[in-house]
Design a protein around this ligand. Sequence first.
Ligand code: M6R
Length: 356
Amino acid sequence: MEKELHEHPLVIGQTLQRMVDPASRRVMLPEMPFDLASVPRAVITACGSAFYAGMIGRYWLEDIARLPVDIDVASEMRYRNPPLTAGSLGLLISQSGETADTLAALRSLREKAVHILSVLNVEHSTMARESDVVLGTVAGPEISVASTKAFTAQLTVLACLSIAAARARGTLDEAGEDALVSALLDLPSRAAEVFTQGPAIRRMAQIVVEARDVLYLGRGSMFPVAMEGALKLKEITYIHAEAYAAGEMKHGPISLIDRTVPIVASAPYTPLFDKTLSNLQEAKARGGRLLVFTDTKGADRVSAIAEDMVMLPHVHDFVAPILQTIPVQMLAYEVAVLKGTDVDQPRNLAKSVTVE
Ligand code: M6R
């Protein structure tokens, strides 16, 4: 897992190389047997971390491409029988391309005459064979049970897909595309800088390892990042963790807060920073210990309230969830090392879940 974590900058760069034309700096997707301009709706489905990547993809597709998106975990999507107009887009996301629930969801979407586009890391997988089009993540083999680099590669593909869909649908002009592509192309070097924060992440791990329960918080596209952080922690450290949309705290989970329940928050300086900070202040006022992932622009205000923080480079809002994912995964890894659990092969889990 440690090796794969360190491959984040590389795989983001490799995936971009496949999706962005270096001369024109425009997103270039493979030929598709349907037109993104006329797709009435997208349905995203996946499991585990791939599902959280899909949640971030939904923010982008709705916001930039103005495409209505429905999303559900694959193991539930199949039972909902959602009414879908023929010609809608089924967007499946999977590292392995073999996950039984995602494959079953693909087949049930296929029966509804939707176009099947899959974002896959293993390009010769069952899902690849059954899709109309595959967008490959160039993450290389991912061996550790906990998905890391495949997740940021999935986000990179979904970001490019959102840009391409926005261009096709006339919701993004050339200057807008240029700004988003520049932010993406800048990411591999910004991602490499995250590893300088190792000491701060290890300090946070010393606090988290003592906890029985941990709350992860985020707003907007940082909410799925919080979910990814909580899943990684549960998966490899066996510490109970829950992710909440920061604004939901006051509707229940705030009653859990005391000194024994650390709060891990993803709060880069985006338009949602002030609101996230005010949620964190509410938690602090109730005795919460705040461990915050922020960026250079948010650091001053975060340091005034947080017990500890990790300061990442400030990047465009669009790519912030990709960058912010790296330290939450690193935190889970460091806690697992402190606990002495089997980081790469956690109990009860398989890399690829091929049973429903
Ligand atoms: O191969 P897939 O991407 O379809 O796998 C989906 C999930 O099983 C997977 O993301 C799982 O949640 C990981 N172990 C998370 O780290």
